[in-house]
Design a binder for this molecule. Sequence first.
Ligand SMILES: Nc1ncnc2c1ncn2[C@@H]1O[C@H](COP(=O)(O)OP(=O)(O)OP(=O)(O)O)[C@@H](O)[C@H]1O
Ligand SMILES: [Mg+2]
Length: 465
Amino acid sequence: MPSILVIEDKSAMQQMLAATLLSEGYEVDLASSGTEGIARAREKHYDLVLTDLKLPGADGLQVLSEVKESDPEASVIIMTAYATVENAVQAIKLGAFDFITKPFDTDRLSILIKRALENRRLVAENILLREELAQTIGLAEIIGRSERMRQATELVQKVAPSDTTVLLMGESGTGKELFARAIHHLSPRKDGPYVTINCAAIPRELLENELFGSERGAFTSSVARKMGKFEIAEQGTIFLDEVGDMDISLQAKLLRVLQEKRFERLGGTKTIEVNVRVIAASNMDLREAIVRRAFREDLFYRLSVFPITIPPLRDRRDDVPALADYFIQRFSMEMKKRPVKISREALALLDKYHWPGNVRELENTIERAIILCDGRTITPDHLAIRLATSNEIRLREGAGLKEVAAFAQAEAEKSLIKRILAQTRGNKRKTAEILKIDYTTLFEKLKKYGLQPSREVLEPENVVA
Ligand SMILES: Nc1ncnc2c1ncn2[C@@H]1O[C@H](COP(=O)(O)OP(=O)(O)OP(=O)(O)O)[C@@H](O)[C@H]1O
Ligand SMILES: [Mg+2]
């Protein structure tokens, strides 16, 4: 429940204000002079101070500067008669939220108070976001010196200072979110809000409400007016994550915001203009989504003014050791463990692995290894990755039918060859006979599947029944 301090010397007026605000559910304290008001504001935090301009003791302007000094986040509304409007204007310059001229009806006052409180919430939200942002260092946080990463970060540096819309593309876990933050951080908007919204995580109706806000009563459930993320991001950056998952009907509204920088809240008629830089990201192939008619082509062209593709980790293996090192240091520090090293075998395993979950998977793998590792060195035993799984996982992700068929055939061949080799105790000629293939074909297949009729093949657990 928001708390309000009312400073008013005329007792009838004071009582009327108290009754109105109490009936609206606010917590109300009263003061009859400027000095009393200042004393109270020093003792207690108020969300809002409603003060008369002309007061015995200290006047409204003094109250304002005192309140702002002890609590810069508090909103102050000044009540004034027509004769002193000039002073009220000065009050705004000194940081008052607004003023209201007497006589006024209580409805107007209520609306003004609601607006002031909403504004306070927003300010608080921005501060929070900014603090969160302050933790990022921008490009320094993006690890990777491979040629392909260097190209991508160079694009970030080039585009960041402008207001250009950026589309970040890349598989899950490649660092799209990291890049988006870096772009904001390197832009002139860095002190403005950075607002992110995940379009895939929220159902359509709610997403519209989240993005554009709503007027009171736009839904049966919406009691209060709600600010949308586009408004919250004013003067800053909005990051539309997983934009490919946005409902096609909502895409039209987004397109208009991108084109005209204006929109209406849900259930509202007033047009709201915004000054927001848009960064979008998608891990799905948007061109393919266009073909499926799941994504608007015109929106795609609006968003992809400046596309940046972040390559998957398997295409920039040079980055693996540096990333592993970085995560080892980070997690050892976070978990207050002695710094550990990584064995050559473990590093070789990381290097060979396919990384379907990209940097996120590497990050998780290292975190786990640090937890498991009691000694000073991470060994392959600490790494929860199996090289054999990499092909299977690659297959699960966006493989064509031909590839699936080829994979299935290879797996079937491999397992049969293994079985027969085990039966014949590694006799290749006999194996070829049983399989009704000639010896050279068998030889080629053994090479292709990395099956040497050694002990490994003959071990019973490797024999698939
Ligand atoms: N180059 C990098 N240097 C350091 N950390 C990175 C790098 N790339 C990614 N990460 C880390 O990997 C994790 C995944 O990155 P991020 O969340 O940015 O991926 P994403 O592309 O947004 O994935 P998704 O599509 O699944 O949302 C994060 O914890 C991020 O900090
Ligand atoms: Mg992401």
